[in-house]
Design a protein around this ligand. Sequence first.
Ligand code: 5GP
Ligand code: ZN
Length: 137
Amino acid sequence: MSSKMASCIFCKIIKGEIPSFKLFESDKTLAFLDINPLSRGHALVIPKFHGEKLTDIPDDQLSEILSVTKKLVKATGATDYNILQNNGAIAHQVVPHVHFHMIPKPNETEGLGIGWPLKAADMDKLKGYYEEVKSKM
Ligand code: 5GP
Ligand code: ZN
């Protein structure tokens, strides 16, 4: 086992070394309540495979994430909600084990607050960028 895995707080939750309110568990997926909820029902869905960022997790280890997230939405009764997955410290990732937040948005003040600074694109630049990325897909 790598030292990163041994010290990982979510790997410890998976192993039961740290207590948590587990809501769903299978061979490759775990869902549990977030300990600092932004709203009632704020929960995390994680692959059991340890990896820091989304691209570190093999596709087959991610296959249940969305269906389990949907189960959480239904179980909490959330009608408005955000699914969020942060990668990297500057992108607000605090725990370096991939996790998907399901955050109910019951009203304006509770849940995730999002500043969304939309700016109209320069269409020539956007097209140039599109060609570049599309060629790598
Ligand atoms: P991030 O900012 O990395 O996307 O979010 C990490 C989340 O993990 C935070 O919402 C934080 O409250 C949650 N968290 C951190 N440590 C623990 C823990 O020990 N138990 C649980 N249940 N959640 C945790
Ligand atoms: Zn881990």
